[in-house]
Write a protein of this length. Structure first.
Length: 555
């Protein structure tokens, strides 16, 4: 990913790096100028004024190009940061719900905070790396030009230094990987800290256990691993200083011992250049830890296996479902939960065969954990069948999952309530219509609406579900799935749901799948599908329509 991002911005990167090289050239030019002026110190015939003018001109050019190049490089790193954020959001939105569920919310959250931050820091270091690397390379070229024999000595020392640095870098990356794995479990514990707030506050012993035996050891482990990872980079950074002194020594001693023919001015110029190099080399080696963290984060993002197939031109258009569809065919559909590397008990449903017509109200019943919600998720396209196929009016669902899914509006038991109420066209819905339903759902005293945005979603669980129903209703999809919607409603709204709403939706030609344990209301269905250990059978309808009406009057 790191590589891809750099490639994506290569044009700006090349321009900015070229500017850096020019500014570094002026830096070298200044050293060279000072060097030649040293030679003329005792020469009264030399033109000092001319040298001084050159010196100030070089200083001005150095400053100008340094500022422009650093500005360009900083702009580049900000652009890269923005594109990582956009890219991550797009990839998450393009990834199947199934994959997101498999990866786990805490890992995605860790990536959105930790990895984006680390990648941004790494890419922000690109300007400094490019600038200092070009300075270092130019200094090498300058030294090579002055004396290739002496430069070979320096080069030998530097190659040895680079080999050791590479080894240290590999160890450092390995340690950062271990830290990053621990970060995932920390984010999981952070989630438990917030989501489990009630349980932790009520039960002091759980709070004590969570603090002492779960989160503190996790934090301690991260502390130890982070220090041990950074230790490698501290060694690496000090190794640079040592290597530069080693290079200085090798220049001074090699010129005396083995390369006696080399002029003193050349040796002095090598020494000056190496001293000048201390700054850029230190910056370069100090960024190694940042780069290592970026590499680890980049690999971590790849391991999430988020979708690469980001077709975001599609978001410019609204997807509209076919409201006059006639047949939904579920042919030998099976689904199995597969978790990588896990040998624990695996649950599967199917194979299921079912043919659904428009306007049917279908109840899904069965004991806890028998696969009703799993089937509902396969049915609406959140899960892709492991085998078998789903066809809507003959069209294979998997041929265009986005289009297929847009036929559904769902309220699962772990639903999320958005503040924005969206209509069938994907626009903010009309306030008058929303108010009408707020009144109907007895929420108008609690919630107001302004331009399609709800004033609050901080309500009781039952009220939140009613608000969810409002959002779902406004979406005006052809097929509805309600997963135990009525389970936590009071008798009035339970009655409203089974006796009024289902009939209303049916009259509008909607197909409704209702997951329910409310036996009293099973009569309000056209069909009943019973689940048992992942297998489905259709029950014969027992009550005639008349009996259903009588029952409606009773409840
Ligand atoms: N995200 C998941 N990952 C792995 N297995 C899962 C997952 N969700 C559910 N399961 C497995 O699928 C089984 C069926 O779950 P499902 O939610 O479909 O049951 P259900 O019939 O809707 O139950 P309930 O009436 O309690 O809501 C569970 O017992 C569990 O073993």
């Amino acid at each position: 990913m790191l590589y891809r991002l750099v490639l994506l911005h290569k044009k700006l990167l090349i321009i900015a790096t070229l500017l850096s090289v020019v500014s570094a050239l002026f830096g070298i030019g200044i050293i060279s100028l000072v060097n030649s002026e040293i030679e003329h110190v005792s020469d009264s015939s030399s033109n000092v004024i001319e040298g001084l003018l050159f010196f100030f001109a070089a200083l001005t050019a150095f400053l100008t190009f340094s500022v422009i190049s650093q500005y360009m490089l900083t702009k580049l790193s900000v652009q890269i940061m923005v594109s990582i954020r956009e890219n991550m959001v797009q990839r998450i939105l393009s990834t199947s719900y199934e994959q997101i569920e498999k990866v786990g919310g805490h890992r995605i959250f860790a990536t959105l905070t930790k990895d984006i931050e680390a990648l941004t820091a790494t890419l922000s270091a690109v300007p400094h790396v490019a600038y200092n690397l070009s300075t270092v390379l130019l200094c090498f070229a300058y030294m090579g030009y002055q004396s290739w024999q002496l430069f070979l000595w320096v080069g030998g020392v530097l190659i040895f230094a680079m080999v050791v640095a590479q080894l240290l870098m590999n160890i450092g990356i390995g340690r950062f990987k271990a830290v990053r794995e621990l970060d995932d479990s920390l984010f999981k514990n952070f989630r438990a800290l917030i989501d489990g707030g009630k349980e932790l506050n009520i039960n002091f012993n759980r709070k004590r256990f969570f603090y002492k035996d779960v989160i503190t050891p996790n934090i301690e482990q991260i502390k130890k691993s982070t220090i041990s990872a950074h230790l490698i980079f501290i060694v690496l950074s000090n190794w640079t200083n040592l290597v530069l002194f080693l290079a200085l020594g090798s220049v001074v001693f090699a010129s005396q011992l083995f390369l006696a023919g080399i002029a003193t001015e050349v040796v002095v110029s090598f020494v000056l250049t190496l001293v000048y190099l201390i700054g850029p080399m230190t910056v370069l080696f100090n960024t190694f830890s940042v780069v290592a963290e970026g590499i680890v984060s980049s690999q971590k993002i790849e391991n999430l296996q988020l979708s690469e197939d980001v077709l975001f031109e599609r978001l410019d258009h609204t997807l509209t479902p076919s409201h006059d569809w006639q047949h939904l065919e579920i042919k030998s559909v099976a689904y199995e939960y597969i978790r990588d590397g896990s040998d624990e008990y695996k649950f599967s449903i199917g194979p299921i065969n079912l043919s659904v017509s428009r306007g049917e109200v279908i109840f899904l019943i069965g004991g806890n954990g028998c696969g009703k919600s799993t089937f509902a998720k396969v049915l609406c396209g959140l899960y892709t069948p492991t085998s078998g196929e789903i066809r809507l009016d003959g069209k294979l669902a998997t041929a265009d999952m986005d289009r297929y899914r847009c036929h559904f509006s769902t309220i699962f038991s772990d639903f999320y309530l958005f503040d924005q109420v969206i209509d069938a066209q994907g626009m903010l819905a009309d306030d008058h219509k929303i108010v009408e339903y707020l009144v109907k759902l007895k929420l108008d005293k609690k919630v107001t609406v302004n331009n399609g945005i709800l004033s609050t979603t901080e309500l009781s669980h039952g009220q939140r579900k009613r608000l969810g129903l409002l959002l779902s209703y406004m979406e005006d999809a052809p097929i509805y799935i309600f997963d135990e919607w009525a389970a936590d409603q009071d008798p009035y709204f339970r009655n409203f749901f089974y006796c009024e709403l289902l009939a209303q939706l049916k009259a509008l030609g909607k197909t409704v799948f209702v997951i329910s344990h409310d036996e009293h209301y099973f009569t309000f269905s056209d069909r009943i599908l019973k689940f048992d250990s992942g297998e489905m059978e259709e029950l014969p309808r027992k009550l005639p329509a008349k009996a259903a009406t009588d029952l409606a009057a009773l409840v």
